[in-house]
Design a protein around this ligand. Structure first.
Ligand code: ADP
Length: 153
């Protein structure tokens, strides 16, 4: 059976941290669906279309990757797309504590979906979309924090 993973996130915007985790996960799965969250209760710096466009460009030569928007419960979206795995990255103990709660709730809701975690690579643990947004807002040079495809303008 083909192995499909969902990598859910806000990607506001995608960073080299996300890019690294997704790239390293590629050999583990037949297909990775990058699920770009659209939550009515959250405010985003960039519109959904832009967040998706940047991810698509970043992975334009990778046939195993599909990018799609979703809303609602992540495990329900796993069922919709037939993903058996939920992929997330871990940067630090705060990520671990948060992800543990989410993964345990998801397991209770949908036992057939397994959460899989990749540790951040050395040098990437401090990279987050919120830091990149801060740099962008203050006209700093964000280019080394994001994949080549992400250029505002
Ligand atoms: P969310 O709003 O769901 O946290 P994000 O876009 O911030 O969405 O993150 C999506 C996933 O990417 C999360 O699992 C997060 O831990 C992971 N991630 C983000 N930055 C990094 C990084 N620098 N190294 C490893 N994983 C990361």
């Amino acid at each position: 059976m083909s192995r499909t993973a969902l990598f859910p996130g806000s990607f506001d915007p995608i960073t080299i941290g996300h890019f690294d985790v997704i790239t390293r996960a590629l050999p583990l799965f037949d297909k990775i669906v990058i699920g770009v969250g659209q939550n009515a209760l959250k405010t985003y710096m960039f519109p959904l279309e832009k967040r998706i466009e940047w991810i698509e460009k970043a992975f334009k030569n990778e046939p195993k990757i599909r990018v799609t928007a979703y809303e609602g419960l992540t495990v329900n979206f796993c069922a919709t797309i037939g993903a058996q795995y939920l992929l997330r990255g871990l940067r630090n103990p705060a990520d671990f504590e948060f992800e543990k709660g989410v993964a345990q709730a998801n397991k209770r809701l949908m036992p057939e979906v397994e959460s899989v975690f990749l540790l951040t690579s050395a040098g990437y643990s401090s990279i987050s979309s919120s830091i990149v947004r801060d740099i962008m807002r203050n006209n700093g040079d964000y280019t080394s924090f994001v994949p080549e495809a992400v250029r505002v303008k």
